[in-house]
Design a protein around this ligand. Sequence first.
Ligand SMILES: Nc1nc2c(c(=O)[nH]1)N[C@H]1C(S)=C(S)[C@@H](COP(=O)(O)OP(=O)(O)OC[C@H]3O[C@@H](n4cnc5c(=O)[nH]c(N)nc54)[C@H](O)[C@@H]3O)O[C@H]1N2
Ligand SMILES: Nc1nc2c(c(=O)[nH]1)N[C@H]1C(S)=C(S)[C@@H](COP(=O)(O)OP(=O)(O)OC[C@H]3O[C@@H](n4cnc5c(=O)[nH]c(N)nc54)[C@H](O)[C@@H]3O)O[C@H]1N2
Ligand code: SF4
Ligand SMILES: [Mo]
Length: 897
Amino acid sequence: MKTVTRSTCCYCGVGCGVLIESEDGRITGVEGDPDHPANFGRLCTKGRTLAQTVRSTSGRALRPEIRTTRTAARESADWDSALDLVAQRFADVIERHGPDAVAFYVSGQLLTEDYYVFNKLAKGLVRTNNIDTNSRLCMSSAVTGYKMAFGADGPPTCYDDLEHARTVLFAGSNMAYAHPVLFRRLEEAKARDPSVRWIVVDPRRTDMAAMADLHLAIEPGTDVALFNGMLHHLIWEGLVDRDYVNAHTSGFDALKALVREYTPRLAAEICGVDERDVIRAAEWFGQSPAALSLYCMGLNQSSHGTQKNLALINLHLAARQIGRPGAGPFSLTGQPNAMGGREVGGMATMLAAHRDIDNPAHRAELEALWGVSGLSARPGLPAVEMFDAVRRGEIKALWIACTNPVHSLPDIAGVREALEKAEFVVVQEAFTQTDTVPYADVLLPASSWGEKAGTATNSERRISRVRAAVDAPGEAKADWWIANEVARRLARHLHADEDLFGFATPQAVFDEHRLLTVGRDLDIGGLSYERLESDGPQQWPFVAGASTGAARRYENGVFATGDGRARFNLTPYRPVAEPVDARYPFRLVTGRLRDQWHGMSRTGRVGALFAHAPEPALSMNRADAARRGIREGMLVSVASRRGALVLPVQLTDDVASGTVFAPMHWNGQFLNSGGINETTIPAVDPYSKQPELKHAAVSVQAIDLPWRLSAARRCDDALALQAAVQPLMAERRYASLRIETADDGCEVLVVTAADAVPDAAWIERLHDALGLARDLNLLEYRDARRGHQKRVVWRDALVHGYLLSGDANGAAGLLARLRAGEPWQGPRHAVFVDGPRVQRERIVCNCKQVTETQIVEAIASGADLAALKSVLGCGSVCGSCVPEIRRLYDKAPSAAL
Ligand SMILES: Nc1nc2c(c(=O)[nH]1)N[C@H]1C(S)=C(S)[C@@H](COP(=O)(O)OP(=O)(O)OC[C@H]3O[C@@H](n4cnc5c(=O)[nH]c(N)nc54)[C@H](O)[C@@H]3O)O[C@H]1N2
Ligand SMILES: Nc1nc2c(c(=O)[nH]1)N[C@H]1C(S)=C(S)[C@@H](COP(=O)(O)OP(=O)(O)OC[C@H]3O[C@@H](n4cnc5c(=O)[nH]c(N)nc54)[C@H](O)[C@@H]3O)O[C@H]1N2
Ligand code: SF4
Ligand SMILES: [Mo]
């Protein structure tokens, strides 16, 4: 029977509502929920392909696993043994070394209920504040910024402001890729009213920057100088709202004295932009009837991310661009429930419901609410310091849930060392193919999207229900349940009250969480599962008796500080943590691609999501590359003081000379190295402790790896094949793999590799791992003199797989045959010579699988955007590709949209 379940997308902080279709316990499709106020039925490429990510249980964690010694393999265990073991080992460490010798590293992708139980377990039961989350890598500078300026965390704005804004300042946000469904709303607002102005502050010329009225391509890390320069102009041109500043803020005069020296000229010099553009940005922002800033990791992931946030908020306060429709500083949250994590206080530096660790009254309130005593007054260790403490042996037992630190933390060599050093590591995961899972002494299988229930809070403070459409596979369990079960056992060891963890359902957890918020700025005393059921998703604050939540905050100019005034903060400009020098002359910027999500444990399961960017690539300015003899597609070594990796180069004009860009997504499951965080720097912001993931200094050198390999095989289950091939990749200087979907729906696993010389034994192992050995119908061609080999495998009349070693010429043609899945008519030996020579083209439109060439040709033939949509279909479904299509118009000089 077909059922439809209303739930929420598990990817980004937009928090789109989804309708999950299922049949016989399997998810068969996903559509946007037309009634959800975040997306009104829309989904982006990632949301639309969610059903494909759960098509198979290959690569899912299905049973608890335990290993008895570090060198032993993990073996399946029953839940009781696994839970007992985790409780006993944690109790043992706490007894021997105290509560701060254990730590929890959790995730903004947990649901609020999961998060709540983990936080209560750490802070209420173990009495350590050593619980931090990947949100430290993501939102913590935004949190400290909001708290220092307004006295409380959380954005003052809402999604409707996207439609009311007349000037939109995108600062370090690539919304077209990272928050696509919200970006659609901005595109529409601008189409309705072209006088709406867009300013993009980003060192890279992103698709959005190309569409903007003004692109400030600043030197990475110089935002504070830019914002100070803009404020200088506002002050000296009389664009400050003096009445507002006098009535509702404090600290203005000291800030004025500081920004006196930041003339637009100085700011322009520091940022490497035109002085007139700094002035223009200031005027568009200051004079606008409503200026909205949208900011994300370009501000937060910095060794002075808090200052970047504050300098931007200073501008909003000075020009009174806050507290009314269309105006305000809007921090876009990255993860689906980064906000929920903040609400339950699930970080090392905060307590539940926006309470503070160092505030004795707050601790006392919480002790009373939980019925415990002795909450720790010692702040816990934030992510980077937590792993340092593990490495130093101070933290002995670590429990990681719903995050993959061996991929996502900076300087992963240090993270690996820490996990090797730890006495006991628990990994709670939904998927087994991640770079952190191998370090688990205990693997706890988690149920995941489509299988679990609870709530999540999106970027505009809106709480949505997440619902289960199907049962979890194998023995996987909900995250809150796992934490709760260990907590009950641990309570017995620690002679604490087991009833602290008497939760039987996520609803029971939510009800307790709600109680803790009453009287706080995020009061949700009026919300319940029933309310969310009958009235749909709601924004906080939502006090008891209210009929709706609050769309905007601080509309009356009263802030959450003691005296009700917002604070101007002093924001002197400081350079990035690691200067470039002769050895490491490039500034490495990292970030996201449109169709991949973080470590790809979910998006990397879908062939269609590789089509937009099939290989990891280092984007490099053409002139920089030419000076070093580097050409398109060449392999280069990217190295920093911490580590190195090999990547293919993509030449571009979108990054300035001296800057290179790498996507954050690839890791040891898809690459022979751990990915770009082999090189990044663990320097952190002094206030927020957020690491500077975006600005390491690196060198880029061409390397000569003349031996090339390309191999691929059609299969029913590319995920199983990936598991067999992945362990081999680390042995090569370069290797990458990806999944493609053939025209007949069959999957194809594609492997490429390069090295100085061939390794005959490795080639045979790869041949076996790919399962080519089982396909008996093999045609082999060897060129002994040149050491080249070509193998093609048939199944019936179909070209089923190939392996080319030596040079990979001809791979494109063979791959095209694999994809086409058509019977081979000619003589077999002709398969090597007769292949179509075309490379598969980049797919720009994921929904309709439209290639770049198709679009360029249609543009050249005079089609406008509407014609393009109706003839090719591109851009007509989810719209994620429209910004890129617009750029293709820009590149065709005579064409018109
Ligand atoms: N497709 C996709 N979407 C996602 C995610 C994903 O993995 N994939 N992840 C989600 C998560 S958790 C997050 S946090 C968000 C992140 O969303 P974004 O922050 O928008 O994405 P990023 O690509 O990390 O970085 C944004 C931009 O910051 C720019 N930048 C780098 N350095 C600087 C600087 O010094 N100043 C300024 N002004 N800009 C700079 C980069 O060039 C980049 O274009 O995306 C969310 N959405
Ligand atoms: N260089 C560089 N590094 C970065 C960034 C960058 O811009 N540049 N961005 C940083 C940012 S903003 C972020 S948010 C982090 C993200 O970094 P991570 O948190 O490491 O990213 P994910 O790959 O999303 O990890 C989530 C893990 O949880 C698993 N999982 C999925 N669903 C469930 C579930 O329901 N339960 C459990 N228990 N597990 C589940 C997934 O398989 C996955 O392995 O990366 C950071 N690292
Ligand atoms: S914008 Fe895309 S990834 Fe983000 S919540 Fe919506 S559908 Fe999911
Ligand atoms: Mo993030």
